[in-house]
Design a protein around this ligand. Sequence first.
Ligand code: SF4
Length: 139
Amino acid sequence: MSDTINLKQLPSGALYQALAPLGVTPSMARRIQASVLRRGTLPFDRSDLSAALLERVASVSRIPELTCLGQTVSPRDGFRRLLLRGDGPEVFESVGIPLYHGTPLERTVVCVSSQAGCSLGCAFCRTGRLGWQRDLATW
Ligand code: SF4
């Protein structure tokens, strides 16, 4: 599986280069990437992407998914914390922070982890107590 193309990992130019031998053009690569990142699937609307081409892409690629191990929503401030696992054994968090501009939950800021653990060691922080474990993959 490690030598398959991770469709969530590559920037569009690199994704095009990886898929070009299959007949994928730069605009097709951008459509594939947009569909994968927005919906987690290859495109449904295949006006210029034939079923045969999408089958070739599917046969050499993968679309990884994060596993949500749990979530909590604070009754005090509405912060939503997700405990996630990706392609390794480490777990990490992502936090949805509601912004109140008149209507509650109108907008949400998302705090995204780029590392498992942290080397800064702030005294109040449990992540800091873990120490740095690794950088997370882009996807
Ligand atoms: S140790 Fe400090 S910098 Fe690192 S995640 Fe915790 S609060 Fe943030």
